[in-house]
Write a protein that binds this ligand. Structure first.
Ligand SMILES: *Cc1c(COP(=O)(O)O)cnc(C)c1O
Length: 411
């Protein structure tokens, strides 16, 4: 324990949220978007503030970001986006159009173009709307018996290969420890038909090694969220991968209000001599990224790598050990610090509620914590097992004691 129950988080008398009349919440869920992500390191916030005091050429800034992201990921090129979902949209658009600016101008009308994206049925998720927003149709393959409980199998790589045709723009792969088929199997199937693989790795950091892993396994494009554990701006993300694809994505994102003769783009991201002209503002333009977001993401990424997994786990473990200590002896519940097999990089507290003795369900407890003051948001994903989960990722040091106090009030 590094702190005591009496040391609540330091809080200035008036925050911007007080002035706006918006109550803050304690986010023990995760860096959930609806709960505003996490807490930005002061160094990142300072770099963003500094970035706002100058003007730069945005293509040049993204060009430098590309070099840095390429270094961190092992990819040929990289790009800062407005989030992982925006990266999915841009990445899909790049796979549809290649370097053809006429096709870029026509999106999301993809008639006559490669406009299908193949995906294993078990990889479908809410975020693939961003893929469909480029104008493509998802072609779902396989049956995931292992999720329905009917059997052991999931989609297999040969089924993905069999679904690829002349209209296939890409194969979408959603990374996760339990994702099947494995990425190398999917890459082999897709590449045997000359089709790129777009990987949604939004929430796969930490471990930091996952910044290199999917590129090393053959992915053509990989998307990460910058607003999750990296600790960048809430609305930031990364697209990295093959240079031609990242260039095609950049051409559909950057502001193009410039004469061709004037356009002098950075060589790290663009080959001017390989395109006949500049497309209009592209399909990615509504997901605009500001200079301060790019600077913030790059600063956060540097700090994320500098801290390293071991120090990060140790820092989070202290918070979770404090929470367990703060809940010691609580009635009607068993509290454990868990290193989940699926997310070993994030220590989490599981509170197993004896629902009958407590006279409430786990979901009741989640709701009461959320509706109290201060509002505490726990992770409800296991309430059907009687479990309430608490994550350290979006906590300020000291929040854990407030959570313990609130749980004691309710149980
Ligand atoms: C969070 C998440 C996204 C979206 O990331 P943003 O950075 O919020 O756009 C996409 N896919 C998956 C699997 C995610 O977990």
């Amino acid at each position: 324990m590094t702190s005591s129950p009496s040391s609540s988080p330091s809080r200035p008398n008036s925050t911007v949220y007080d002035r706006l009349g918006v109550p803050t919440v304690i986010n023990a869920h995760t860096t959930a978007t609806r709960l505003s992500g996490g807490i930005m390191k002061p160094e990142v916030a300072d770099a963003m503030r500094e970035a706002t005091q100058w003007t730069v050429d945005m293509a040049t800034l993204e060009g430098r970001a590309s070099e840095l992201i390429a270094g961190y990921t092992g990819a040929e090129a990289g790009y800062v986006t407005a989030g992982a979902a925006a990266a999915l949209l841009l990445g899909t658009a790049a796979c549809v159009t290649g370097l053809d600016p006429a096709k870029m101008n026509r999106l999301p009308d993809t008639r006559g173009m490669k406009n299908e994206v193949v995906v294993a049925r078990s990889h479908r998720n809410f975020y693939d709307h961003a893929v469909r927003a480029a104008g493509v149709t998802l072609v779902e393959v396989g049956i995931s018996d292992r999720y329905s409980g009917a059997g052991v199998r999931d989609t297999e790589a040969w089924e993905i290969a069999a679904a690829i045709n002349e209209y296939t723009a890409a194969v979408l792969y959603v990374a996760g420890r339990d994702a099947r088929p494995t990425l190398p199997e999917v890459v082999a199937a897709a590449h045997s038909k000359g089709v790129p693989v777009l990987v949604d790795a939004a929430a796969q950091l930490p471990p930091a090694a996952n910044l290199k892993r999917f590129i090393a396994e053959g992915a053509d494009l990989v998307c990460y969220s910058g607003g999750k554990a990296i600790g960048g701006p809430q609305a930031s993300g990364i697209l990295c991968g093959k240079r031609d694809l990242v260039m095609a994505a950049a051409l559909q994102h950057l502001d193009q209000d410039i004469f061709w003769e004037q356009w002098n783009p950075p060589a790290s991201l663009f080959d001017k001599d390989r395109i006949p002209g500049l497309p209009q503002h592209g399909i990615g333009r509504p997901a605009k990224v500001g200079k301060e977001a790019i600077v913030g993401l790059l600063t956060a990424l540097e700090l994320f790598l500098a801290e390293g997994d071991d120090a990060r786990i140790a820092r989070w473990t202290v918070l979770m050990e404090n929470l367990v200590a703060g809940l010691a002896g609580i009635p009607h519940a068993t509290v454990t610090l868990v290193r989940d097999r699926r997310r070993p990089s994030v220590p989490t507290v599981h509170l197993a509620l004896d629902e009958e003795a407590a006279g409430m369900t786990a979901l009741d407890l989640v709701r009461r914590l959320q509706d109290g003051t201060p509002s505490v948001h726990a992770n409800p994903s296991r309430v059907h097992d009687g479990l309430v989960l608490f994550s350290p990722v979006a906590l300020k040091p000291g929040d854990e004691w407030v959570i313990a106090e609130r749980v004691r009030e309710e149980v």
